[in-house]
Design a protein. Structure first.
Length: 651
């Protein structure tokens, strides 16, 4: 929308960050500073000034933060994301009349020109600023104006005068960016978390799950994700290994939700009660673990909704309800909800009630099953509604589908998202994919959560690579992204048996039966996992994604990348062997400028995995990686310093 004021001469364009013309919000966490850039353009040769305007909703009082020029008409400013919830922001700019006059005065004085009239013009500008000021500033400005009127041109060069005038700009004809943009601010766990997925029924009951909590905490996980804990339907119940015929004692799939014992707000009787769940949440919290609950909006044929609200489901011409299908696969034990039902408003409200029910029981993280099979509009509405109730709530999108669909769900409000990392194995695949995630505008709204395995996905790399494959995928997941997770105990016990050749399904999948795991086997990776998670907690560089940089290795089987915090006070370099069968050697070529390192100054590369220490200097440095014992280095850079006492040591 164009300004109705014809005297507006400053145009504001090219504001960044901006997602889809402001239709969607950018994302940050509490404590971040949002950096905003824009082009401030004016006809002629006048100087301009600008500011970022922002406010936290629902407050309607706008605050401002000044912008500074960075070249070619581009300006930059920032404001702090101090509160959870939603902010609005935009940019405005105006002609800097005093700045223009002062710059021209400097040139005139340098050329020894007569500046008598120019002093009077400047006096008028300073008096205008005084009319907008108060207190001591107003008095000082009037004094400076008087000196200019009395022929004191050197006053124009007074930096104190310029600083005070800048505090009281003339914005009468300011130009404003025509769109109001949005920022969503989440709590820190949205940007940095280590997830562990566990089937509670394999522990026994929810009370028995509590005995597993110290084990999960000992590995350093801070989110424990539970697949659905609700009653499971009997009709078309799946048997072991996804057999269509279930034996009498088969447990069925937890995602076939609902029976005569209840639906999405009930706990499976074999697991216990809602009181038991409440107790589990409290015990987990005592160990620094949050419980994340699966949000699977689908029903078994026995779900109470099927009987009470048949209008919420799609019916076939023969009168039966349409079950889930991905032809030729059939999932007769699951009924999808119909988001085109005429009663969609009632359906939406009921699904919101489910979320609120578990929020009341202390859940603030939800892993959402297959959100791409539900209406976009529903998710945008639901997440906004829930975050208004409690902005601490986080949603993880499990949408392993087309990229644009995954990104759309992130724009709609999902806090984190599953990724294609599970199938990115080669150096070129990993490099291209993570450059896309971290060095394009995706970084403004898409937070990656990396999973080397899930109950649904046992990738070929883990089936064929043995223990070394699990080690390298753990290290890659935990260091390439600030958010990652594993499905355990299958992962730490290196479970790699597929149901059949060419399948990504586990043999004897835990999705269809309870399993008793031997957590004390000597081949378990639990100690490596604990070490990796401790490294993540102790190094801020690994707690963010924006500063990921790849470095050359000259070896297609070895990947090297670095992560840093913003001020380069913490630098971590990862060198990983992608060949799980052979030792790989070679030379990394570091981008020293990106790391803030000089070519002539040696530094210590401290391997936080093995505790080995290497003296590196310059861009080219040697590596040797043995997949069975040390498939990767996670190296902290420690700079070599010389103190006043001529004593050398590392930071």
């Amino acid at each position: 929308m164009r300004s109705a004021e014809g005297r507006t001469r400053v145009a504001v364009e090219g504001v960044h960050p901006e997602v889809d013309g402001g239709e969607f919000a950018v994302k940050r966490i509490v404590g971040d500073v949002l950096t905003v850039e824009a082009n401030l353009l004016v006809d002629g040769h006048d100087l301009v000034a600008g500011e970022v305007l922002y406010h936290h909703l629902p407050a309607d009082i706008w605050q401002s933060s000044g912008m500074r020029p960075i070249g070619q008409g581009r300006w930059r400013g920032e404001f702090p994301a101090e509160e959870l919830g939603e902010y609005e922001y935009t940019v405005r700019g105006w002609i800097d009349r005093f700045g223009t006059w002062r710059a021209e005065m400097k040139k005139r004085l340098a050329a020894s020109q007569d500046v008598g009239v120019d002093c009077l013009i400047g006096a008028g500008l300073v008096e205008d600023a005084a009319s907008r000021a108060d207190g001591n500033d107003a008095a000082r400005l009037r004094e400076w104006a008087s000196l200019l009127r009395h022929g004191r041109p050197e006053i124009a060069l007074d930096d104190d005068l310029a600083a005070v005038v800048r505090c009281y700009p003339d914005r009468r004809f300011a130009g404003r960016y025509p769109r109001i943009l949005r920022l969503v601010v989440d709590r820190p766990r949205a940007a940095f978390a280590s997830w562990y997925e566990m089937f509670p029924r394999s522990c026994g009951t929810l009370r028995e799950c509590e005995s597993r909590l110290p084990y999960v905490a000992s590995m350093g996980f801070d989110v424990l994700y539970l697949p659905p804990i609700h009653p499971i339907g009997h009709t078309y119940r799946k048997g072991k290994n996804n057999r269509t015929e279930a034996a009498e004692d088969d447990a069925g799939s937890p995602w076939a939700i609902g029976s005569e014992e209840g639906g999405h707000t009930s706990v499976h009787p074999g697991l216990g009660t809602t009181a038991d769940f409440d107790h589990l949440v409290l015990k987990a919290r005592e160990l620094g673990i949050e419980i994340a609950l699966d949000l699977a909006f689908q029903c078994s044929p026995d779900h109470p909704w099927v009987r009470e609200h048949p209008e919420w489901f799609r019916h076939r011409p023969d009168g039966t309800i349409q079950y889930a299908e991905n032809p030729p696969k059939k999932y007769q034990d699951i009924y999808p909800l119909d988001f085109e039902t005429p009663q969609w408003r009632e359906l939406w409200e009921e699904l919101k009630r489910v979320v609120l029910f578990w929020m009341d029981r202390g859940v603030e993280i939800f892993r959402v099953d297959n959100p791409h099979t539900k209406a976009f509009g529903f998710w945008e509405w639901l997440i906004a509604e829930i975050k208004r109730e409690n902005p601490r709530v986080l949603f993880l999108s499990e949408a392993l589908t087309r990229p644009r669909i995954m990104y759309r769900l992130a724009k709609l409000g999902f806090s984190q998202s599953y990724t294609y990392f599970t199938w990115r194995n080669t150096k070129s695949e990993l490099t291209a994919y993570f450059r896309e995630l971290t060095q394009t505008d995706l970084r403004e709204y898409f937070r990656a959560n990396l999973w080397p395995n899930t109950p649904d996905i046992l990738p070929e790399f883990l089936q064929t690579g043995g223990r070394a494959a699990f080690m390298i995928r753990l290290i890659l997941a935990a260091t390439l992204a600030a958010n990652y997770g594993i499905y355990g105990p299958a992962f730490e016990l290196c479970e790699g048996a597929a149901r059949e050749r060419g399948s990504e399904e586990y043999l004897n999948s835990e999705k269809y039966e309870s399993k008793r795991w031997n957590l004390d086997t000597p081949w378990s990776l639990k100690h490596l996992i604990a070490r990796v998670n401790r490294i993540r907690r102790e190094n801020p560089a690994l707690q963010c994604d924006g500063n990921l940089r790849f470095h050359e290795t000259g070896n297609p089987a070895v990947i090297c990348y670095s992560k840093t915090n913003d001020d380069l006070s913490d630098i971590v370099i990862v060198v990983g062997n992608l060949d799980v069968f052979h030792t790989q050697t070679g030379w990394v070529t570091l981008d020293l400028a990106a790391l803030g390192l000089g070519a002539s100054r040696a530094f210590q590369a401290h391997d936080l995995l093995s505790d080995g220490r290497y003296l590196w200097q310059g861009p080219h440095n040697y590596f040797e990686l043995v997949p069975g014992s040390l498939p990767a280095h996670i190296m902290k850079v420690r700079r070599w310093l010389r103190t006043e006492k001529d004593f050398d040591y590392y930071l």
